[in-house]
Design a protein around this ligand. Sequence first.
Ligand SMILES: Cc1cc2nc3c(=O)[nH]c(=O)nc-3n(C[C@H](O)[C@H](O)[C@H](O)COP(=O)(O)OP(=O)(O)OC[C@H]3O[C@@H](n4cnc5c(N)ncnc54)[C@H](O)[C@@H]3O)c2cc1C
Length: 488
Amino acid sequence: MSKNYDVIVVGAGPGGVACGALLAKWGVKTLLVDKNSRIGGKAMTVSKNGFRYEYWPIAACPATNTQIHLLLKTLGLDEDVELIAPDPLGIMHYETPSGKIKTMLMPGGGKPMDPQEAFNLLGIKDADMPEIMRLFTDMLGMSRHDQNLLDDVSVLQFLDRYQIPKSMYSLLATLQSEGTLEVPGDIACASEFVKVFQQNNTYGGGLYPAGGFGRMYEAIAKSAQTNGSDIILRTRVERISVENGRVTGVLTDKGVFQAPIVVSNAGIQPTVLKLVGEEHFDKSYVNYVRDLVPSFGFAGARYFLSKPVLKHPLYVYFADDTISTMEKHLKAEAGQMPERIYVFMSTNSLYPGMAPKGKQLIYTGITCPADPKTNIKPWLDKVEEEIARLWPDVFKYIEEKEYYGSAQISRLSRDSVVPGAGGECIGLGQIVGQCGNLKPSPKAPVGGLFYVGADAGSSGFGNHMCVESGMNVAKLVRDYWATHRLPH
Ligand SMILES: Cc1cc2nc3c(=O)[nH]c(=O)nc-3n(C[C@H](O)[C@H](O)[C@H](O)COP(=O)(O)OP(=O)(O)OC[C@H]3O[C@@H](n4cnc5c(N)ncnc54)[C@H](O)[C@@H]3O)c2cc1C
């Protein structure tokens, strides 16, 4: 194996692997390094007792016409990796103020939600329609330029501009905002919210790669190898070396590798503050990086059931008072959990080959602090209390349980180098003032250093955003490589 490369990609999460595979396809000599034993980062697929499952993602959004489709096609993998958009996707549960639980089927197959069905679920009156239509028309027709004007506006501030009923307000603030951006609505960025709303309402939601997200990322990594890239797993990058303001390679627990370009998928904060070291950056940039706010973490459970309980991949519940705010989160941290929370249950066992016959794995969870040191028990207790109240059948068939929280997320994907950060569910750059045009640049102020993945290079939701970041950053890196090949 070589010790010299054109580009080293640190981390084989969705962004890193997409970026590395494209660079390899374009003839750039690339090394992909990951500390884990498998490809995929937070979207890795693992096996246990005949089940195959992701530690985390349930589904990508949008469902059709995505950057994931485009990447697979570009790499010649569109025949190899099947992308499933299940129809229906699941069931939405809305609890009325009088405590009645109403349900509706959520469409899949790339179809957007039928507004009339949603209005019936939410008890929308004729008199409320003009204002709701004004909001929907504004959101669906909003240009990228106008979205960027919302970079400094929170989701709740944006929704407050419209006089809409509480039930519709909650659907948007909980499922469509907190459920994707993973920060409370009063700090979530409205420009991101509008972008995700447009994507989901144009191309539907609920994309799942057959065999699992991890299988898809493994196929992408394999294509990188076929195109000449080296991949080393179980290898931690300890340092990204910098000389005279330019990167020169990486120091790992398996030795030193050299390259004039390093793309980091390890998160901006760990990259700047630990892998490169703050001495190589301006104080103001270091402060900027420290001030980036992580999305929230996640605490939840996986239940291995002796009998299938769910008929569809996704079940969600919300009520008028499940809108989360920073104040509610701070109270929860102080021990006062809200009475009602937005909660979901999902299963990938309905997809071929993902579970032993007649069994099912169910996955649930709730946002919690991103700090890996958080004691997640109160959040787990709350989510289990709600599952028992809403879907009691689940508890009849549990053969085994697994719990997870911000500590596991951090261990699998990114180091905690700033107090309160590391276990973020999505990444940085999800809040007001740090999104859209204000999202961190993927180009670091050190020659040859780039960031890829959730923190930089794209926007939107989870895996789709990270794959798009991989594609955008690959183009930036290719141009940098093409123009910096002569020694300086
Ligand atoms: C609970 C939960 C639920 C989610 N649900 C969804 C969902 O339903 N849909 C969706 O689309 N998204 C979902 N996501 C989000 C999505 O999975 C992430 O946004 C995405 O995986 C981030 O990708 P990334 O490219 O930033 O890299 P990550 O997935 O963060 O991977 C980073 C990689 O870098 C490697 N690395 C880090 N440091 C080093 C080092 N020093 N040396 C070597 N390697 C290193 C890690 O091992 C890891 O493989 C969920 C996430 C969580 C936690």
